[in-house]
Each structure stands twice: as structure tokens, then as C-alpha cells.
Design a protein around this ligand. Structure first.
Ligand code: SF4
Length: 419
């Protein structure tokens, strides 16, 4: 086996692809499982870590300073837990870390991960940086255009599954139907969009249609639920490990949950490459790639919306071209650290679609989200008095009981309004 390094990092080489297991952190369970299945059709051995428990936080804190953001502590803790106590051979294991390449601290967390690995005796474990901005080069992990387009499809299918499960679960007659159907689709989809697939739009449309009608066919009954939207920092918004299984908690309390999809975040990143020209004069290739990507992603979402509306059983999200304008008069589109202006727009999108109870989640001390999330709550409430937004912070010392009590209070206020 050859190991390749440059002066900064250990690379994942072509011959590692053969027999290395690549571990992925659990940020969005459905999406990431789908991405692992999809990548495995190209000869990788990618596995999603689904471990949980306080020992992950403790391990993270042992190797990462507690000043680091909570998502970094959890992701690094989960990786170390797998290498120390999991079933993996550290000499045949690589890790994958997803990065946006944005200006926030997350872009530096890969260095923290490598430092923690070194400290724990795993300096020989390669870490693949995965980003659409091509931040690092790994000869064994080079993605073709077809693979990149397939990954975007995986994100979109993940969003659709997420949406369908969330809108089905609170009303299913046989508990577990929605989860079982989701698992079945995740297995099928890896193959359908994988190495041997034909990625033309029509093919995708027929899969979307089938998925939507499968979920529509699950036996359901009308129940009084409170609709709750979740927005916030991308990791704690989606990861059950980061938000103490927020979606499960809300479901148990009789709420129907809506969380804006991951595709919106990718589209937001592409849009930021366009506005950079207007605000900072940054044109060139980045501008054109961002522009093309933005229109491609917007079109993908519009197709999905049209199919959801055509079938008629489920609420469809709002086209991204409209999301981009919702923050007008609240916060500039030049504010783009972390979730930036998108976080404000998502709260307004939920409110416009009739979801007036919103949980805004963030890691404690997350500056961009305190500006664009918590910081925007007051102007949003002033102009939309019927909205109930609750901010919940997550960090290693946060009390789960306190978090759940805040949520219970929000739900009881919402139920009072219903009655
Ligand atoms: S968005 Fe918040 S949690 Fe994420 S890197 Fe930035 S400060 Fe940390």
C-alpha cells in the first residue's frame, strides 16, 4: 500500500479505495445512509456511524477544547469512539468530513479532527475532506460529474423522504409504517441512482412519483397535531445526536415536524457565490459555476414541488427563488456566515406556509446563528405577531430537561390557541 501525503495532510489513495472502510458522521440519518449506499455502488465501503450516548460527548471533550463548537466536539467524539471501541481496524479505516468551505469556524474543524486523531494515536488514519469547493485533493476519492449529480439526487431524495416521513408519522394507523417504508426506499435508491443508473430527469421523476404514492398509500387517520418547524445551525438542526432526538421528542408530544431540506442549504451556498459578485466584486469561474449550479438546483426543487402538488396528499415546500426574497427588509443576502440569511428566510417560509410554532436550534456560542436566528426573532415577531419562536441552545453542559420543558411550554401555548 502506498501512503500519499502532502505537507498538510495524509491523502486517501487509490489503493485504499479497495479495502478501506470510510466512516461518515451521522448528520442527517436518511440522507447520509442514502449517500453511503450510493457511493458504495462505485466500489467504496462507506458506513454511517449511528452511535450515540454521553460517552461520545465526553470523548470529544477529552480531545477537543471545549471552546470549539458543539458539532465539532460531537463529530470528533463519534469518530474517536468508532476507532477506539468500534468494530473497525484503524489500519484499514478512513474518515470523511463534510465541509462547505465557508467563512465560519467549521472550515477549520478538519484540522482539529486531525490533531485529535494524532493525540489519540490514530495519526495514520486518513481524513477525506468532502466539499463541493474541492478544498483538498484525495486521489482515491475523486468524483466524476455523474457522481456529483448523483449525490445531488441523493440529497433531493433524502429531502423528499424526510418530508414524507414527517408528514406521515403523526397520522399513521400502524406505528412504524413510515419508518419501515423509508428504510426500504433508502436501500432501493442507492442502486437506482448509483453507478449503473441513467440520471436523466425523467428517470428521477418516475422515482419521485412512486415514492410519493407509496407514502400516500400508508393507512392514516386524522389527528389533532401541532405543526412545528425546526430551523437553525445545520448540524444540531438535523442530527439526532446533536439535538437530543428532537424530532422523536416532538412526535411523541403529538407534533408534526417540518424541517427545511438540505437541498436549500446547497442552493444557498451556490447563491452566495452569485451575490459575492454584487457585494464584493468576486466574478470569474466561481461566479459562473455558482450561477449554473444555482439554476440547476432551483430547477430540481421545482420539479419535486410540481410532483408533490400533482399528487396532492402532502404539503410542498416553497421554490428557492421565493425563499431568497423572504428575508428582504430583515437581513441582507450578504450575511452568509453559517446558515446566514437562509435561517431568517426559513422562519419566514414556515410562517407563510401556516407553521407558526418554530424551534430555532443552535449550539451555544454559535455567533452566526445568534445573529441570523435569535437576533432576527424580535423583528420577525414584531411583523408577524401570530408566530411563536422558541430558541433552544445545545452544548455539552445543556440540560435536556430544560430543553424539553421549553418545548413543552411552546406546545401547550400552541394547543391553547387551537382550542
Ligand atoms: S455556524 Fe456556529 S456551530 Fe457552525 S462553525 Fe460557525 S460558529 Fe460553529
Amino acid at each position: 500500500m502506498t501512503t500519499a501525503t502532502n505537507q498538510y495532510y495524509l491523502q486517501f489513495t487509490e489503493d485504499m479505495k479497495e479495502d478501506y472502510t470510510i466512516l461518515a458522521p451521522n448528520m442527517l440519518p436518511a440522507h447520509f445512509k442514502l449517500i453511503c449506499n450510493f457511493m458504495n455502488t462505485y466500489g467504496y465501503h462507506m458506513e454511517l456511524l449511528e452511535t450515540e450516548g454521553p460517552e461520545i460527548t465526553e470523548l470529544g471533550l477529552r480531545y477537543v477544547h471545549n471552546d470549539a463548537c458543539y458539532p465539532a466536539i460531537l463529530v470528533i467524539g463519534q469518530f474517536l469512539d468508532a476507532l477506539l471501541y468500534g468494530k473497525y481496524d484503524p489500519n484499514k479505516t478512513a474518515l470523511i468530513y463534510f465541509q462547505t468551505g465557508g467563512g465560519c469556524r467549521a472550515s477549520n474543524y478538519i484540522s482539529l479532527l486531525r490533531k485529535a486523531l494524532e493525540k489519540a494515536g490514530f495519526g495514520h488514519v486518513p481524513v477525506i475532506s468532502f466539499s463541493f469547493s474541492d478544498l483538498e485533493k484525495h486521489p482515491g476519492f475523486k468524483l466524476s460529474i455523474k457522481q456529483l449529480l448523483g449525490l445531488i439526487d441523493a440529497v433531493l431524495y433524502g429531502d423528499l423522504l424526510w418530508m414524507l416521513v414527517n408528514q406521515t408519522k403523526p397520522y399513521e394507523i400502524n406505528a412504524g409504517d413510515a419508518d419501515a417504508l423509508e428504510a426500504e426506499w433508502i436501500n432501493r435508491l442507492g442502486e437506482s441512482i448509483g453507478a449503473d443508473s441513467n440520471l436523466i430527469m425523467r428517470h428521477s421523476k418516475s422515482i419521485y412519483r412512486e415514492m410519493i404514492s407509496d407514502f400516500a398509500a400508508i393507512p392514516k387517520e386524522k389527528r389533532d397535531t401541532v405543526k412545528v418547524g425546526i430551523v437553525g445551525e445545520i448540524y444540531v438542526k438535523y442530527a439526532p445526536l446533536g439535538n437530543n432526538k428532537l424530532v422523536d421528542f416532538l412526535n411523541k408530544e403529538g407534533a408534526e415536524v417540518t424541517t427545511p431540506g438540505l437541498l436549500d442549504f446547497l442552493t444557498y451556498c451556490a447563491y452566495n457565490g452569485i451575490v459575492d459578485k454584487k457585494f464584493y466584486g468576486r466574478g470569474g469561474l466561481t461566479f459562473w459555476v455558482s450561477k449554473i449550479s444555482y439554476h440547476y438546483l432551483c430547477k430540481k426543487k421545482r420539479v419535486l414541488i410540481a410532483l408533490l402538488e400533482e399528487e396532492g396528499s402532502f404539503d410542498a415546500p416553497c421554490p428557492f427563488e421565493e425563499v431568497v426574497k423572504l428575508n428582504d427588509g430583515y437581513i441582507s443576502n450578504g450575511v452568509k456566515m453559517g446558515e446566514g440569511w437562509l435561517l431568517t428566510s426559513e422562519m419566514l417560509e414556515l410562517a407563510d406556509s401556516g407553521i407558526k410554532n418554530i424551534v430555532c436550534v443552535q449550539p451555544f456560542g454559535c455567533l452566526p446563528n445568534h445573529v441570523c436566528g435569535k437576533g432576527m426573532m424580535r423583528p420577525i415577531k414584531e411583523r408577524n405577531p401570530d408566530i411563536n419562536i422558541v430558541a433552544v441552545d445545545y452544548d455539552p453542559g445543556a440540560s435536556r430537561v430544560n430543553q424539553e420543558n421549553r418545548l413543552k411550554l411552546m406546545l401547550s401555548t400552541a394547543r391553547d390557541k387551537l382550542s
